[in-house]
Design a protein around this ligand. Structure first.
Ligand code: DC
Length: 233
């Protein structure tokens, strides 16, 4: 935790990490809304680069062509200041980057050290003014190691796969099985990569959401932020 003494809780910087489909985006956005914070989903940056790379036929090991793609991708704020949209050359591609093809490929792009390096300053700049919940994999460990509050949102692979299947309205067992398999594969890549692997920061509050409703999870995140705000003072 940082030694900063925020005078207003709105100044807090909150790092929210966790594996795929742990609810970071939906829970983080709702917690931010209730606090009047900005919300930033950094996964969108990696997804947009992966989408663009797939469009242009750039493979993860072609770093010379891959890294410049990062400059073409921008997070877009909505009227409430939530950075929950992503654009490429002014075109909103938020829906496209959530496609199954991007789901399958994104971890292979996100593991590239040079690409990650190109994203660091951008993410830190977004958080510089505080009053933000920033969601990702390495926010508390690498991007914002001095965040006022660090939260790690966890859930079993089975529970996360169930949520993803419901989101996708996937009802048949083969599709559900494929979702679970994809999720485990992405977990393995995200956790074992050399640069900024998915890890629980030593000073993070871990929230296990198996069996929790959305509302309960939002409440747990808000409680962790309130506790962190008290510690920071
Ligand atoms: O959170 P998500 O599923 O939208 O993330 C998409 C991919 O991007 C996932 O493979 C992990 C990666 N990612 C990352 O490596 N670091 C981040 N800060 C955010 C996402």
């Amino acid at each position: 935790m940082s030694n900063a003494q925020p005078t207003d809780p709105k100044e807090l910087v909150v790092a929210l990490d966790g594996p795929s489909s742990s609810g970071k985006s939906t829970v983080g956005a709702e917690a931010a809304r209730r606090l009047g914070y900005r919300f930033c989903d950094t996964g969108l940056l990696y997804r947009a680069v992966a989408w663009l790379a797939l469009e242009r036929g750039v493979s993860p090991d072609d770093t010379a062509h891959l890294v410049p793609l990062a400059a073409e991708v921008a997070l877009v704020a909505d009227a409430r200041g939530r950075l929950s949209h992503v654009s490429v050359a002014g075109r909103d591609v938020t829906t496209e980057v959530r496609a199954a093809a991007v789901d399958r490929a994104v971890s292979d792009y996100a593991r590239v050290a040079e690409l990650r390096a190109a994203m660091v300053t951008r993410q830190r700049t977004l958080a510089a003014d505080g009053g933000i919940i920033m969601a990702g994999r390495d926010i508390g460990t690498v991007i914002l190691p001095d965040a006022d509050v660090k939260i790690y949102l966890n859930a079993s692979a089975e529970e996360r796969a169930r949520r993803r299947a419901a989101e996708r309205q996937a009802t048949d067992e083969i599709e559900a099985g494929r979702i679970l398999e994809d999720l485990r594969r992405r977990d393995a890549i995200d956790s074992s990569r050399e640069t900024a692997p998915l890890r629980t920061a030593a000073d993070a509050a871990v929230i296990d959401t198996d069996g929790c409703t959305f509302e309960e999870t939002v409440a747990a995140v808000l409680a962790a932020i309130a506790a962190g705000a008290t510690v920071g003072r």
